[in-house]
Design a binder for this molecule. Structure first.
Ligand code: PEP
Ligand code: MN
Length: 376
């Protein structure tokens, strides 16, 4: 539900907040210049909406809308039940705090660089990548935009394949964060492990195979930490958005969508692992308030194709990328999962440089055009 109210009516806002809290709901307030601002009530608002008459009578309330849009929590454009149009909501900035005191801000107009091994396999390799990431961050002045990745719990196609080090892998990521100050994201597959993993990780990842595991989505939403939601490899964009709604419905709006490619007839040709759906980035940015990132590694399955895929996603004004990496080539043979797609950190440095050049010279022009299109 959306409530439009006169600026300066603090006691009305407090009353709405109290009522919302009774139904386990939270408020997102969009302060606007001028006379009116808007409150978006986050969560399952069916019971709350029965109090619409009371809300409308509160001093300073100008209008209320029951959101008929399919995506009640994450929609950027919403239409009320009476057909009235609510103002466009601003896109959301999702913050991940860093040990170094600097939050990584997804959706704030600057590319967030997430890099790390597919999976922490040895402490030595994990730390080497983390230190290289920190060094690249310092070299280009973007440490506050760098994050680490690594899946300690691995979903694998074959049950006999290596499945990750579990909590031992999490301990390696903890150590990498301690030594470098960089926060990390890691995948969670089992809803019962959300609290245990979530207590360590700075951000949780829902992988493509679990993108519609609704109980897991809700458990992560209840836990409340920032989350990367990968698109299911066979999901239409609307299914992806609804999956995000499962998290948001629990009151957690700190969701970052991640396009990582879908399976198509053409992915069988062997030239890429998944088909990147780059227009989905633009679409998700226009239809939802959530930041959107891109995974060039699982799209390509080949480290030699990663740089151009990162740049292609930049052209779609992506809010960041999550890239699998390797510190030294000698380790590739030892790597037990996704060896071929891991980009060497030296090459990653060049990718960061290219993204920053794009951001400085090209992105502002594209953004201006996109905004002009949105006004129509
Ligand atoms: C991963 O990030 O290592 C991973 C398994 O990704 P996805 O779920 O997109 O395949
Ligand atoms: Mn992987």
């Amino acid at each position: 539900m959306i409530i439009e109210f006169e600026n300066g009516r603090q006691s009305t806002v407090d009353q709405i907040r109290d009522l919302a809290a009774r139904f386990g709901l939270t408020l997102e307030i969009t302060q606007r210049a001028g006379v009116y601002s808007t409150i978006h009530v986050i969560g399952d608002t069916r019971e709350f909406a029965t109090r619409e008459g009371y809300l409308r009578d509160l001093p300073g309330v100008r209008a209320t809308w029951r959101v008929t849009s399919d995506f009640k929590n994450i929609a950027r454009f919403v239409t009320g039940a009476d057909g009235g149009k609510a103002p466009r909501r601003p896109r959301r900035v999702v913050e991940v705090p860093g040990l170094d005191g600097k939050p990584r801000r997804f959706g704030a107009g600057q590319h967030i660089f997430i890099v790390g091994p597919d999976s922490p396999q040895t402490l030595e390799q994990t730390l080497a990548i983390a230190h290289a990431a920190r060094e690249i961050g310092e070299r280009f002045g973007v440490t506050d935009r760098m994050m680490l990745r690594g899946g300690a719990f691995k979903p694998r196609t074959r049950p006999t394949d290596w499945r990750g080090l579990g909590m031992k892998g999490i301990a390696m990521l903890d150590r990498a964060r301690e030594e470098t100050g960089l926060p990390y994201v890691t995948e969670v597959m089992d809803l019962n492990l959300v609290p245990e993993i979530g207590e360590h990780a700075d951000m949780l990842q829902i992988g493509t195979r679990n993108a519609q595991n609704f109980d897991l989505l809700e458990a992560v939403g209840r836990f409340g930490k920032p989350v990367i939601l990968k698109r299911g490899f066979g999901n239409e964009v609307n299914e992806w958005f609804h999956a995000a709604e499962y998290i948001a419905n629990q009151g957690d709006l700190d969701i970052v969508l991640c396009e990582r490619g879908v399976k198509t007839l053409f992915t069988k040709g062997g030239y890429c692992r998944n088909q990147p759906d780059l227009n989905a980035i633009t679409y998700a940015r226009s239809q939802t308030i959530l930041p959107v990132i891109f995974d060039p590694s699982h799209v390509t399955g080949d480290h030699r194709l990663v740089p151009e895929n990162v740049m292609a996603a930049c052209a779609h004004l992506v809010d960041g990328t999550i890239t699998e990496s390797l510190h030294d080539e000698a380790f590739r043979k030892e790597q037990l999962c996704d060896a071929g797609q891991a980009l060497l950190m030296d090459h990653y440095a060049s990718v960061v440089e290219a993204v920053l050049a794009f951001e400085a010279h090209v992105a502002p022009r594209l953004l201006a055009m996109q905004e002009a299109f949105e006004q129509r």
